[in-house]
Design a protein around this ligand. Structure first.
Ligand code: GMT
Length: 381
């Protein structure tokens, strides 16, 4: 198949999922065209069958907000015409689904443009519920040829918040279980004797509550000698590090910044901590599970669908409860081994890349086979 994939290039989970999907599909013989305003961080070079198309946005002095959605719609039309793309898969509804709808509306009536929209989370739970974005987003979701959500929680939320009535396919995120696999401790990080390594990875946005991760860690650190590795970056980094100083654990907290992949860090970790206020899926927790790292997370969104009974869930906004949930797994080796094995097994059995990608490919085939929705125009050039 010839598929166009649209995503954000930043460290957020939707961009990671879309980029990994583009690479995996290309490696399976599909022709993939990846569109974004920048080269995504996870995009490797030299994958045959995969082309990156940068969307250029002109910044005229008149524009306080350059209209990216228009530039993207135009680029989608161009790529469709040049490469005979059969279907676009847009990740994150805002504004990608709206641009896809616009591109389809500009097509000549006989040159239909089909698109699948994948909802990832904040496009529905946070940003989408904003009045300014709600109506066009709902409209574009309903105009999509198929819509997927990364968890049942997000499908329910999409119906609740947006009142969407069209079918929603729940297709979970995936992990490369060969790349993210249990490693030998000490390959990447030389830990001190008896030290436990805890990891948190995210885009450090307010919704991630990184300061609560630090608070939970400080409580753990009072009982067990431990170190916290913070991977990623974003607006709450300074606040989280300031909380570490206030609690006197700054020398035990290391900020590693943004990395291409975190398999090496995870392979050395004992536990993953997440304190998010909402999390439709929790991709970095799946990556941790695949490395055999048990997770302690707030009981929010779709996290329970990912972790099953392989991790510990606690109430949101209660770092002490997170610490209490974490301590048994850090102090009882047998318990840790059981959780670690269960986490790895669950990642392999439910979220392996082959299995999840096949579900997407089946959906693409279904969409291509169904009658096209009409274009409006004919004004393609
Ligand atoms: O807000 C973010 O965390 C970024 C966002 C994104 O779309 O880039 O992440 C969402 O999509 C990820 C991939 O599907 C999910 O793993 C995250 O749970 C989800 N984030 C939230 O729901 C907060």
């Amino acid at each position: 198949m010839r598929i166009g994939i649209v995503c954000y290039p930043t460290v957020g989970g939707s961009g990671v999922v879309a980029t990994e999907m583009a690479q995996e599909l290309a490696q399976r013989g599909h022709e993939i065209h990846l569109l974004s305003y920048d080269r995504p961080g996870r995009l490797r070079r030299g994958i045959s069958g995969l082309r990156f198309h940068q969307v250029q946005v002109s910044a005229y002095p008149l524009f306080r907000y350059p209209p990216y959605d228009l530039a993207l719609a135009t680029r989608m039309l161009e790529v469709r015409e040049e490469a005979k793309v059969e279907l676009f898969h847009v990740h994150y509804a805002i504004p990608h689904a709206v641009s896809a709808f616009l591109a389809r509306s500009m097509c000549a009536p006989e040159a239909c443009l089909r698109f699948v929209t994948t909802l990832h989370g904040t496009d529905i739970t946070v940003v989408g519920a904003d009045r300014a974005y709600m109506r066009p987003t709902r409209f574009a979701i309903e105009q999509s040829d198929a819509v997927t959500t990364v968890s049942q929680f997000l499908a329910d939320e999409t119906r609740l918040v947006f009142g969407v009535r069209s079918p929603l396919h729940v297709i979970p995120n995936f992990v490369d279980t060969e790349r993210y696999k249990p490693g030998t401790n000490g390959r990447w990080y030389q830990r001190a004797d008896e030290e436990r390594i805890l990891v948190h990875a995210s885009n450090f946005r307010p919704v991630k509550r990184v300061a609560d991760v630090v608070r939970a860690f400080a409580a753990i650190q009072r009982q067990v000698k431990a170190r916290l590795l913070l991977v990623g970056d974003g607006p709450d980094r300074e606040h989280a590090l300031a909380v570490a100083s206030d609690l006197g654990v700054q020398h035990r907290v290391e900020h590693l910044g943004v990395r291409d992949g975190i398999e090496d860090v995870l392979a050395d970790a004992d536990l993953f901590l997440s304190a998010s206020e909402t999390e439709s899926f929790g991709l970095s927790m799946l990556e941790a599970m695949s490395c055999g790292v048990p997770c302690v997370s707030t009981r929010v969104g779709g996290v329970a669908e990912v972790l099953g009974d392989t991790g510990m869930l606690t109430a949101f906004g209660n770092p002490d409860a997170m610490a209490q949930a974490a301590l048994p797994a850090l102090t009882d080796a047998e318990r840790h081994r059981r959780l670690s094995d269960a986490a790895r097994r669950r990642a392999v059995e439910l979220f392996g890349v082959d299995q999840v990608l096949q579900t997407y490919v089946d959906l693409y085939q279904q969409v291509i086979a169904q009658p096209a929705r009409p274009a409006v125009g004919g004004a393609t050039r």
